[in-house]
Design a protein around this ligand. Structure first.
Ligand code: NAD
Length: 460
């Protein structure tokens, strides 16, 4: 389908939305159930499509990191949506009595969803779940880098939904540009910070509000009080899943002076326990395209050529679809690895001499999507959280805050704006409409005009 088709679909969905009005809880739950069924009935086909797109995506990763959170989100929304939708009573100041006031959380209309390639299922279905719970209709534009999955999603959504409810637009960047230029009622974009800027610019033309779920360099700080071994295990877990192609993967680690070598060895040991070999290991995912591998290999070569220590195991030739878990000790700030989001299985380890220096290192840079802090000391925890901000935080672990339906998920500053998941996703894609119902007498109309003295009201 083309961008032109997307325009026609938007018109169709908007007309259907106007004709239907605000859908009740049963209608919303029915849409969520159809989405759930679509996933459950097509696990093998979707796993195979994502595997083909990646040229090797671990089945367990697709199941654990895409299906499980998507299904949990759908079931959570279905369980709670009737309560979320209830009008919220608000109190009225004495001077406006008698009256009643409440807030209706109403659907916005048609939501556009743009998804990236790294978790193509979760990052299409997750925002869709929130859009449907909020009573909206939706158009989804998945990534051109996952053509097999995008085509399959198009087919499955067309079976599960009427095009006036949900539809998928498949296409390249030109289609994506035309898509984001459409006058949606809200756009949820997940992708890079650079493209997020373009999307926001396009949306501004239509005054379309945006939720931007972007990237960045998420740090893992290991405080001096914490076990290096436990921290290394957690960092390896979060870093090497999906071969590091996770928006909230720890991008780099900050460890106390003198500990970088030990930490590097422990990270690689943990990686090797999880993935004893690389190229022939179907549990270890490939890097999505040759272009992405070339970028990562060039970043590794840059520091290696500069004499920086680079450690790995089962190293792969540059032509391989996979890149082995790699750690780099104390690379300089100007190198590619420390300037750009890595988005691959390469972990720079940076030494610090005091915890304030570590949080200062983070605070001096773009505000990241996630922050991981390993400490059992409450003062250290509060000090770091107070001085270095991020979209979200997992303490003494990695990634897990994203899996909590009761926590908002989103970035801050260059890592994004607006949060979704659970109630926050429902709320984000709803319009909070204020209703003030005047009682049996309207005191203000009785008082004037013409007005008497208003000084009494001013002094209150
Ligand atoms: P990307 O920005 O290149 O592409 C994302 C989507 O935007 C794709 O569907 C693409 O077709 C579309 N697109 C590309 N150019 C466009 C344009 N000019 N106008 C409109 N749309 C356009 O990102 P990617 O490479 O697919 O994904 C990786 C990035 O996404 C990383 O930075 C990662 O951190 C981030 N990410 C963030 C989250 C999050 O939840 N915050 C989740 C996953 C990935």
């Amino acid at each position: 389908m083309t961008g032109f088709d997307a325009g026609n679909l938007l018109t169709l969905q908007r007309a259907a939305f106007r004709a239907q009005g605000t859908p009740d809880a049963r209608t919303r739950k029915d849409a969520l159930s159809r989405l759930e069924h679509m996933l459950l009935a097509n696990i093998d086909r979707m796993v195979a499509a994502i595997d083909a797109d990646f040229g090797g995506r671990a089945r367990a990763e697709t199941e654990l990191l895409e299906f499980v959170p998507a299904l949990r989100a759908i079931r959570h929304a279905r369980r709670h949506v009737a309560r979320w939708m209830k009008p919220q009573r608000r109190s009225i100041d004495l001077v406006f009595q008698p009256a009643k006031a409440w807030v209706r959380l109403e659907p916005l209309g048609v939501v556009g969803i743009v998804a990236p390639w790294n978790y193509p299922l979760l990052l299409s279905v997750g925002p869709l779940c929130d859009a449907l719970a909020a009573g909206n209709r939706a158009l989804i534009k998945p990534s051109e880098l996952t053509p097999a999955f995008s085509t399959l999603l198009h087919e499955l959504v067309a079976d599960a939904f009427d095009p006036s409810e949900v539809a998928v637009i498949v296409g390249d960047v030109t289609v994506a540009e035309a898509f984001t230029a459409l006058p949606f009622d809200h756009l949820v974009f997940t992708g890079s910070t650079a493209v997020g800027r373009k999307v926001m610019r396009a949306a501004a033309e239509n005054l379309t509000p945006v939720t931007l779920e972007l990237g960045g360099k998420s740090p893992a700080i290991v405080a001096p009080d914490y076990s290096l071994e436990k921290a290394a295990r957690s960092v390896a877990f979060g870093k090497f899943l999906n071969a590091g192609q996770t928006c909230i993967a720890p991008d780099y680690a900050l460890v106390p002076n003198g500990q970088a070598q030990v930490f590097a060895r422990l990270v690689l040991e943990a990686a090797k326990r999880g993935y004893p070999t690389v190229s022939d290991n179907d549990q270890y995912s490939a890097v999505i395209t040759a272009r992405h591998r070339d970028r990562l290999n060039a970043a590794i070569a840059e520091v290696r050529d500069a004499g920086i220590e680079v450690l790995t195991f089962d190293e792969q030739p540059a032509t391989s679809a996979k890149i082995a878990p790699t750690v780099v000790i104390d690379p300089p700030s100007e190198c590619m690895l420390m300037r750009e989001e890595i988005f691959g299985p390469v972990l720079p380890i940076i030494s610090y001499h005091a915890i304030d220096q570590a949080s200062g290192f983070v605070a001096d840079r773009d505000r990241p999507l996630a922050l991981y802090l390993f400490t059992n000391d409450a003062r250290t925890r509060d000090r770091v959280l107070d001085t270095a901000t991020s979209g979200g935080v997992t303490l003494n672990g990695t990634l897990l805050h994203i899996a909590q339906e009761n926590l908002p998920f989103g970035g801050v500053g260059p890592s994004g704006m607006g949060a979704y998941h659970g109630y926050e996703g429902f709320r984000r894609l709803s319009h909070a409409r204020s209703v003030h119902a005047v009682g049996f007498v309207n005191v203000f109309e009785k008082l004037g005009p013409p007005w008497g003295r208003v000084s009494a009201a001013i002094s209150r």
